[in-house]
Design a protein around this ligand. Structure first.
Ligand code: DC
Length: 227
């Protein structure tokens, strides 16, 4: 069977990672969470007091950042310079800064190049904001996920609380609205629906139904490519 690239883009906290991870597992594909890459860069900048307005400093520091993923059972952990930062990158202080970092073109240039290298052998499910539009514009399957702001806030709120992070509902909603605004209006690679993407609003759809639907779409693309 020929392998394809599956791009999953969409708003913050609409279940992209959950869908992408399950899909990759069922297809035996590699899963890449590109949001984790932007988060790891943000964590590095915060830890090293990098001034986001000083583009020389930003560019130089990017050379000192090495991000890799390591599977641990069903989970994939993000490593920043060989340190497991999977927990740290999900903290609110990183979420509050990450969209600002993701606006910087040199950051995007470096990360997009790394993401494209990961797709050389295909067999990849990648989620983010610009995967179907910029990273892999020729991806065989493009999904654009969304859900209402209320549903997304509740999901992120429950997720953070399950992890033991204390944060109130309004703060979570404000952060999601803020990130959606910056992600969709930035000049470089804004979040937008690719012409050939399939739009799925999962506000009232359960995870299993969503996975089945996307798996069917993927299988028909894989079969079409294999004959
Ligand atoms: O998917 P996430 O919420 O973990 O992503 C964190 C931030 O990174 C998000 O606010 C926008 C940015 N991002 C991006 O600009 N491009 C991507 N391909 C992935 C994420």
């Amino acid at each position: 069977m020929k392998k394809i690239i599956i791009a999953i883009d969409g708003h913050s906290s609409c279940g992209k990672s959950t869908l992408a991870k399950s899909l990759a597992k069922d297809l035996d594909y590699i899963y890449v969470d590109t949001g984790a890459m932007y988060r790891a860069v943000t964590l590095y900048f915060l830890q090293n007091n990098i001034d986001l307005n000083n583009l020389d400093q930003v560019e130089k520091s990017l050379k000192d950042i090495h991000i890799r993923f390591q599977k641990s059972g069903d989970l994939t952990h993000t490593f920043l310079n060989d340190k497991d930062v999977e927990f740290d990158i999900r903290e609110m202080y990183v979420s509050n800064k990450v969209s600002e970092v993701a606006e910087i073109s040199i950051v995007r240039k470096v990360l997009v190049r790394e993401q494209q290298e990961m797709g050389i052998d295909k067999g990849l499910v990648m989620d983010g904001r610009d995967i179907g539009t910029v990273v892999f514009p020729a991806a065989e399957l493009k999904i654009f996920l969304t859900a209402s702001i209320e549903v997304r806030t509740k999901r992120r709120f429950d997720e953070l609380h399950q992890k033991g992070l204390t944060v109130d509902y309004e703060t979570v909603q404000k952060n999601l609205n803020h990130r959606d605004h910056i992600d969709s209006t930035r000049l470089d690679s804004p979040l937008k629906l690719a012409d050939d993407a399939i739009l799925i609003d999962n506000s009232e759809m359960d995870k299993e139904k969503q996975l089945e639907r996307v798996k069917q779409l993927a299988m028909s693309k894989i079969l079409a490519k294999s004959c």
